[in-house]
Design a protein around this ligand. Structure first.
Ligand SMILES: [Zn+2]
Length: 309
């Protein structure tokens, strides 16, 4: 249940912010950014890779109403990030945010039923958060990574105050210097840790499929993810996304992050993650922090779609 745990205050605006991954993996991806500004809670969904019914149910189970959704950010249009159930009509009360690079494909397939809000680099969400976007390599059309700076939040530090921030990057072919710069120093970093190269090599998958995943335009390995995290230096929390069911293991992944100076959450296909507070460690001295309910990640469920699990 969402409890609006964190409050930061800046410029007379009180902001609470938490992040939860409803599901992540090759069978469907959807994450929730819940932001409450001056007592009004707004929701931004990142990807719509679950069915409308499941998305509504999971939100409801977390004390959230689908009608609180202001924005849906779409990283790309692969079916595990945009479920076909949304094709016939996306919610009218929410803005569908799509990169210009994906606009033509969306039009060809008649997605959304109405024009999406297209973006290229930066824009504002309904809750007032500022989003910076960049395209990364993934298959032909690429994928979009986001840095989201929260409205009215002012978390302290030696260098003064700054907005609390969330970085979100999944389905990355490879990590670029530009991505590192975009994400550097975010409070919470959600990033994919897709596969173990050894398990990939021993999987029996055909060469072309392994090449698609590991060839620089597919997904990040566990070690590529770890190296990116070390360069980005997230301040508080790392949320690992899109673990392969066949070619990865949560226990193996957890062992790679032992001794790290951030809190770790490993997401699952099967059940939502815990709520992750954004800006907790450096909350302003007027802020308050309340406990969040633990929701432990588990192993992935069987795949529902055709993407390599
Ligand atoms: Zn994916």
């Amino acid at each position: 249940m969402f409890d609006g745990a964190l409050t930061t205050e800046g410029a007379g605006i009180a902001t609470t912010a938490e992040f939860c991954v409803l599901a992540s993996g090759s069978s469907g991806n959807c994450s929730v950014l819940a932001v409450t500004v001056n007592g009004v809670r707004r929701i931004c969904l990142i990807d719509l890779g679950l069915s409308p019914r499941r998305t509504r149910r999971l939100l409801h189970e977390r004390g959230l109403d689908f009608h609180q959704v202001d924005d849906c950010l779409i990283t790309h249009l692969d079916h595990d990030h945009f479920h076909q159930g949304w094709v016939s009509g996306t919610p009218h009360h929410a803005a569908m945010r799509l990169h210009t690079r994906h606009e033509a494909r969306a039009g060809r397939f008649g997605l959304f039923g109405r024009p999406p809000r297209v973006f290229e680099q930066s824009f504002q969400l309904g809750c007032g958060a500022t989003v910076q976007a960049m395209v990364a390599a993934h298959d032909e059309a690429g994928v979009v990574a986001f840095r989201i700076d929260l409205p009215g939040s002012a978390v302290g530090g030696a260098g003064g105050t700054r907005p609390a921030s969330l970085g979100f990057a999944t389905d990355l072919g490879h990590v670029t210097d530009g991505l590192i710069e975009l994400m550097r120093g975010v409070d919470v970093l959600a990033i994919e840790s897709n596969y173990c190269p050894t398990m990939q090599a021993e999987s029996g998958r055909p060469w072309f499929l392994r090449q698609r995943i590991m060839g620089g335009s597919g997904h990040l390995s566990n070690h590529e993810c770890l190296e990116a995290i070390h360069r980005i230096e997230p301040r508080e929390h790392v949320v690992l996304l899109h673990l392969s069911r066949e070619c990865n293991c949560p226990d193996l992944v957890a062992s790679l992050h032992e001794g790290c100076d951030y809190t770790l959450t490993i997401t699952s296909q099967a059940r939502p993650s815990r709520w992750v507070r954004i800006g907790r460690a450096t909350v302003s001295n007027r802020g308050t922090v309340a406990p969040t309910p633990p929701t432990l990640p588990t192993h992935a469920s069987p795949p529902l779609a055709t993407m390599p699990p």
